[in-house]
Design a protein around this ligand. Structure first.
Ligand SMILES: Nc1ncnc2c1ncn2[C@@H]1O[C@H](COP(=O)(O)OP(=O)(O)O)[C@@H](O)[C@H]1O
Ligand SMILES: [Mg+2]
Length: 254
């Protein structure tokens, strides 16, 4: 089992990449569980899941906590996941953490802790899923929480822009504190070699160690039409780049 978290500044393409990756992995036959821990809940939409009817962990956290108390703090992981997820046509199970129910309703700490408990339970049952992927909220804060402690991989997504690269620098450093073994640095919306060199120089990472995804209008258009990028014809060229990232994740990358 490999646990992966996608991190980076808002808008760099984490959700787009995670949605395509989990679908490609599932099409290869891997068992994939993905958590949308971003309160914006974009992942389900990007995967084409009608999510309005799916119960979220955040809205049911009190009920889940009470059940745990009644059962000696044991949690029915499979039941909770089943009740708070949907399965895509490609067999990706997507769990919705949920969002803030009303203004002033407080933070999402307890919901993120619940996600941590659910994810960690699979360390004892690694045969259940080949990949557990967390599509996180923007910025470095998620790595301050310990949700991703000892995850196998941090998929750090950046653009060749100063503010995105600053967040990237932070998340790469925090990754080390959390003992995350592997970092895959992805330069998304890449316009060419100049972008690659800029990121390489700025972050002091060799260009060969940076995976690029080209800037692709077809990806943006798919988003505008709310269609998963793997469902549009012809397939966007950026998908070829995402396939290379999948190979890297599988340890087959160059
Ligand atoms: N390779 C790409 N080329 C062009 N647009 C992209 C690419 N990747 C992502 N985008 C667009 O960038 C925007 C933000 O992407 P998103 O995945 O929601 O970012 P994040 O999850 O990091 O906030 C979306 O409109 C998406 O379609
Ligand atoms: Mg997102």
């Amino acid at each position: 089992m490999m646990r992966v978290i996608a991190t980076g500044k808002g808008g760099v393409g984490k959700t787009t990449l995670v949605s395509a990756l989990c679908t490609l992995l599932a099409r290869d036959g891997y068992k994939v569980l993905v958590f949308d821990t971003d309160p914006s809940m974009n992942l389900a939409m990007t995967l084409g899941i009608p999510f309005a009817d799916i119960a979220t962990l955040a809205e049911d956290k009190v009920e889940i906590g009470t059940k745990m108390e009644d059962h000696d703090f044991e949690i029915d992981v499979d039941g909770v996941i089943e009740e708070h997820s949907a399965v895509t046509a490609d067999n990706v199970r997507v769990v919705l953490m949920g969002t803030i129910p009303s203004g002033g309703a407080g933070c999402l700490c307890s919901s993120i802790s619940l996600v941590k408990v659910l994810v960690e339970s699979f360390v004892l049952r690694p045969w259940e899923y080949d990949f557990i992927i967390v599509d996180s909220q923007a910025g470095p804060e998620i790595l301050g929480r310990g949700l991703a402690t000892r995850f196998e991989c941090n998929l750090v997504v950046t653009e060749a822009m100063p503010k995105a690269m600053e967040v990237t620098r932070q998340v790469i450093n925090l990754s080390k504190d959390l003992d995350i073994r592997k970092t895959i640095l992805v330069l998304n919306k890449c316009e060419g070699e100049a972008d690659l060199n800029r990121v390489s120089n700025e972050l002091k990472v060799g260009p060969d160690c940076i995976k690029t995804i080209r800037n692709d209008d077809a990806v943006r258009e798919a988003d505008r039409l709310s269609i998963p990028i793997l469902s549009i014809e012809p397939c966007p060229e950026a998908v070829t780049d995402i396939m290379r990232i999948k190979e890297e994740l599988l340890g087959k990358g160059s």
